[in-house]
Design a protein around this ligand. Structure first.
Ligand code: DAH
Length: 352
């Protein structure tokens, strides 16, 4: 009878310990059995009236039960400690098999690749590369390029105007790179002033001017910010034939296609006379047979030559303006210009 009572006491202690999920729960459970008024302690107290013999055997039996309860307690304490340690190890786990965090390699933007390519090709043909301001004056962007105040060509460009508007205070975002024709030529003339004054021949102007340009325009093929690359070749004997040779050479090299065909289609620009739009035609590939416009061009207008500080009776040449964004689209088969300016790494990384 007593034995069964002790056995079930041990059993209920074991159960309660097993149910204790935290060390605090376990200490509470321990108090119920081994504490000052715990059940084991109460049993001990209950022996007071027993005879010496009875105390001996009863005491021994209670001790056995007490030891079993203590053993269960110790085992459970250890188990909870182990579990806690496991949790901690898991939380602080270091997976040495994970690949390290690497910095992306990075690379040039596809349009930058095109600009580098353009500079390389024209560089090999003896062209300098010039850079100029994106905030321009009326004078350089329009007037000096033979586009007077009331000329309809001004409204052909949807211009972003900014505050200002004196020669000292630029007042618009350049709508094309053509103002660089004037800026570069004026510098060139200044540098060779002495030769010119002495009536000596001036070294030719041969320059390209790539850069950002701006117009109020936005759709799949127009962006408010886009790129242009201007070209200018001025000398005493530079003809339309030279334009054809240079630009054909450029296009065939740029697109790595020797059988590329060019077409010079009559057009109008205020700063050239005659003017031509340049179309190209691939002979094979996905665009084969289609005429694709790649540049505006023409013989530099005498008024523009004069605004460069040169005598149009003596100096003559050609200019062209092309769109590197469009060249990039054609070269890589990109059909939406906006992809270039969205900054989506999935798109851009394809060009590395
Ligand atoms: N500036 C013109 C434009 O943005 C392009 C152009 C046409 C540039 C003819 C030239 C040129 O140098 O000769 O539409």
């Amino acid at each position: 009878m007593h034995m069964n009572e002790l056995d079930s006491l041990v059993e209920s202690a074991q159960q309660l310990f097993a149910q204790s999920a935290t060390p605090a729960d376990l200490e509470n459970a321990k108090a119920q059995f081994l504490g000052k008024s715990g059940r084991v302690t109460e049993l001990m107290k209950g022996m007071a009236q027993l005879s010496v013999d009875e105390k001996k055997s009863r005491g021994a039996a209670i001790n056995v039960a007490k030891q079993a309860i203590e053993a269960a307690l110790t085992a459970r304490r250890q188990a909870l400690q182990d579990a806690e340690l496991q949790e901690q190890l898991k939380a602080e786990a270091l997976d040495v098999s994970l690949p390290g965090r690497q910095r992306g390699q990075g690379g040039l933007h596809p349009v930058s690749l095109t600009l580098e390519r353009i500079e390389g090709i024209f560089g090999s043909m003896g062209f300098d590369v010039a850079q100029g301001p994106e905030i321009e004056t009326d004078w350089f962007n329009f007037t000096a390029l033979n586009t007077p105040e009331d000329h309809p060509a001004r409204s052909m460009h949807d211009t972003f105007y900014v505050e200002g508007g004196t020669p000292e205070a630029p007042n618009l975002l350049r709508t094309h790179t053509s103002p660089m024709q004037i800026r570069h030529a004026v510098q060139h003339v200044k540098r060779h002033r002495a030769l010119l004054d002495a009536g000596q021949p001036m070294p030719e102007i041969r320059v390209i001017a790539p850069g950002r340009t701006y117009r109020v325009d936005s759709d799949a093929t127009h962006s408010p910010m886009f790129h242009q690359c201007e070209g200018l070749w001025i000398g005493e004997n530079v003809s339309f034939k030279d334009l054809k040779v240079v630009f054909t050479d450029f296009c065939r090299t740029f697109f790595e296609s020797d059988d590329l065909v060019l077409r010079f289609r009559p057009s109008f620009f205020p700063f050239t006379e005659p003017s031509a739009e340049i179309d190209i035609q691939f002979q094979d590939g996905p665009l084969a047979g289609r005429w694709l416009e790649v540049a505006g061009s023409g013989q530099v207008h005498p008024n523009v030559v004069r605004n460069m500080g040169l005598d149009p009776e003596r100096y003559i040449g050609f200019a062209f303006g092309m769109g590197p964004d469009r060249l990039t689209m054609l070269r890589y088969g990109v059909n939406d210009l906006r992809l270039f300016f969205d900054g989506d790494i999935r798109f851009l990384s394809q060009f590395q």
